[in-house]
Design a protein around this ligand. Structure first.
Ligand code: NAD
Ligand code: UDP
Length: 319
């Protein structure tokens, strides 16, 4: 039985990855310090004899007994309001956390994959973004703690690959959505759906002309799975190229939820990227992967998840 360590297991993506790897017949060790995660995301996995959970901060020395075939480093605050609130932990989990886990990968002779991000391209001047674009990041701006942590994470991963010969993979994840996002994490989809469910107006930042391209979580997990099993060590974009402006997105959510609320405009956060769309040619060619779930379908599943949560969860404070 293959054994995989997944950090950030109690988070949105980590919990879906744990499920997928259990379904593939692997023994899954989830690790999380719950700084932005939630045990409710994985409580259904706890009785599974092939699942084990360690409450641990990966910026501290990481010890896991037994063999490991794969290490997936997904721990990191991921939403702008989270990493603005905890910028130092964000830098540490990208830097020291990644270093610790690379050390573990070396000892265990495990294949290692990191969750990088479209944010390594910053506010991109090349559109759509290809993996060979070096990016346009403001290192000292408010988002710098996240973007530069992820860029360092890529750099140290490539250094371990080149210097120590570790098998490494880098997935550059574009905006992903689905069940188990935190309603109050400030990301645009839970923000809009939460507002609709609470009967509040939808807050569009700026004039709403900025674009994003949203990928449904199951498609992302499939892409990550294929990349991990591939022999390709350079970064690969995984995302859905269907691009939309945030204003149009708000209108889609209004239609989906049937809310009678309207759009209101708030100031655009500093360094908010103006456009974002993955070029997925590499994923198509190397992994034979492309997204399958249309936004309309994925949004419906996600909305059903949120509206079936107990009402008090709509009003929970942020971690
Ligand atoms: P999330 O906040 O739901 O999950 C992150 C998890 O990491 C949380 O459970 C948190 O408690 C845990 N964590 C943070 N610091 C830790 C530490 N020091 N030690 C142990 N655990 C720690 O976020 P997510 O959306 O699931 O993102 C997961 C990963 O994917 C992150 O690395 C993020 O940067 C990356 N990513 C996500 C997206 C997206 O659209 N969701 C896009 C690009 C990249
Ligand atoms: N956004 C918005 N209203 C909100 C939350 C976010 O208009 O209530 C915008 C935000 O300014 C950005 C886009 O939606 O342009 C996506 O934001 P998110 O935080 O989801 O992700 P990221 O900026 O990291 O892509």
């Amino acid at each position: 039985m293959k054994r995989v360590l997944i950090t950030g297991a109690a988070g949105f993506l980590g919990s879906h990855l744990c499920e997928r790897f259990l379904k593939e017949g692997m023994y899954v060790i989830g690790m999380d310090n719950l700084i932005t995660g939630d045990m409710r995301n994985i409580e259904h996995l706890m009785p599974n004899p092939n699942f084990e959970f360690y409450h641990h901060d990966v910026t501290k020395y990481v010890h896991v007994p037994g063999e490991l075939d794969y290490i997936m480093h997904f721990a990191s605050p991921a939403s702008p309001i989270d990493y603005l609130k905890i910028p130092i932990q964000t830098l540490k989990v990208g830097a020291m956390g990644t270093h610790n886990l690379l050390g573990l990968a070396r000892v265990k002779k495990a294949r290692f994959i990191i969750a990088s991000t479209s944010e390594v391209y910053g506010d991109p001047l090349v559109h759509p973004q290809t993996e060979d674009y070096w990016g346009h990041v403001n290192p000292i701006g408010p988002r710098g703690c996240y973007d530069e942590a992820k860029r360092y994470q890529e750099a140290i991963t490539m250094a371990y690959h080149r210097y120590h010969g570790i098998e490494t993979r880098i997935v550059r994840i574009f905006n992903t959505y689905g069940p188990r996002m935190r309603l109050n994490d400030g990301r645009v989809l839970p923000a809009f759906i939460g507002q609709a469910l609470r009967g509040e107006d939808l807050t569009v930042f700026g004039d709403g002309s900025q674009t994003r391209s949203f990928c449904y979580v199951d498609d992302l997990v499939e892409g990550i799975y294929r990349l991990l099993l591939s022999d390709y060590a350079l970064p690969v974009n995984i995302g859905n190229p269907a691009e939309i402006t945030i204003k149009e997105f708000a209108e889609e959510i209004i239609k989906l939820t049937g809310t009678e609320q309207k759009v209101i405009y708030k100031p655009l956060p500093q360094d908010d990227p103006k456009q974002r769309q993955p070029d997925i040619t590499k994923a198509q060619e190397i992994l034979g992967w492309e997204p399958k779930v249309l936004r309309e379908e994925g949004l419906k599943i996600t909305y059903d998840y949120f509206r079936n949560l107990p009402t008090e969860r709509l009003y929970e404070e942020s971690n």
